[in-house]
Design a protein around this ligand. Structure first.
Ligand code: COA
Length: 254
């Protein structure tokens, strides 16, 4: 599965057609943006009053086809049927890159929506405010935020980071974005000389990246248990000892 990037234009030939487009456009934009599979939707006018430029992103080709069927059956679709359209559809992949200065607000919204509550977004904000967000990666598709992963330093007998939280926007799950974020985080942790990563999560998910609950046994941590997992990034066995997460984790509900 891949994301879909759509570019095109819609051209009227008469002032009447233009008036009809202008009358229906606000509702068409609202419906498009409300579609969970629509990741962004821009319908803009340049110097030519009879012409609009379209730029949009969709979660998948199937989701885009379903959207097109609904749009075609709407009043917008019927009214604009005879207008000149140009549309070019290409497959796209999200860009994984470090958090930038303009990202925090949008990331908080993404994290809240993905988890269905504020705790994880508050955790990221708390880590950031304390200077403990050692690595924050986003998955972006143009201006849409599709996923996020955060890492924070731990007190440990060796350089260690905690992986938390990880999330992907619901409409683009199961197409490898979560995995790409984890892999990019592991690569960056290795490059920065981190010896081990710890995560509290489902071993069925994190096991595919090499995390193991067995490896995390023998460490003293408030999170110790079957969901607490470790990924050793070195070739050697690492010493056991006490682990402490960054203070922002203390405000998470138990
Ligand atoms: C967990 C999450 C980040 C995965 O993102 P994603 O982009 O869908 O992940 P990927 O596409 O890389 O991987 C999808 C695979 O993981 C599996 N998977 C997803 N969540 C899982 C879970 N909690 N336990 C076990 N497997 C899981 C899917 O079934 C799929 O399996 P497959 O490859 O065998 O088909 C996403 O589902 C999410 O944001 N969930 C809500 C927030 C959350 O629970 N975060 C994790 C906190 S520890």
């Amino acid at each position: 599965m891949a994301l879909v990037y759509l570019q095109g234009s819609l051209t009227c030939t008469t002032p009447e057609e233009r008036r009809a487009v202008l009358a229906l456009l606000p509702l068409h934009l609202r419906h498009s943006l409300r579609d969970p599979a629509c990741l962004f939707f821009d319908f803009k006018q340049g110097d030519d009053p009879l012409r609009w430029q379209l730029e949009a992103g969709f979660a998948s080709a199937a989701a885009h086809a379903a959207y097109e069927r609904r749009a075609a059956a709407s009043e917008w679709g019927r009214t604009t049927l005879r207008l000149r359209r140009r549309e070019e559809m290409t497959e796209a992949a999200p860009e994984i890159r470090p958090e930038m200065a303009e990202d925090p607000r949008a990331l908080s919204l993404l994290i809240r929506a993905a988890f269905g509550g504020p705790e994880e977004a508050d955790l990221v904000e708390g880590l950031r405010a304390a200077g403990d967000l050692a690595l924050s990666l986003t998955a972006r598709f143009k201006r849409a935020y599709l996923g996020h992963i955060g890492f924070s330093p731990m007190a440990a007998p060796f350089p260690a980071w905690a992986l938390a939280p990880l999330c992907v926007r619901a409409s683009v799950r199961n197409q490898g974005i979560g995995g790409a974020l984890v892999q990019a985080g592991i690569a960056e942790a290795r490059a920065r000389g981190i010896a081990a990563l710890f995560v509290l999560g489902d071993p069925d998910y994190y096991g595919r990246f090499g995390f193991s609950p067995v490896a995390a046994q023998g460490y003293d941590s408030p999170y110790a248990g079957p969901y607490f997992q470790m990924l050793n990034l070195t070739d050697a066995a690492l010493p056991k000892g006490a682990l402490r997460h960054a203070p922002a984790f203390d405000s998470l509900p138990g």
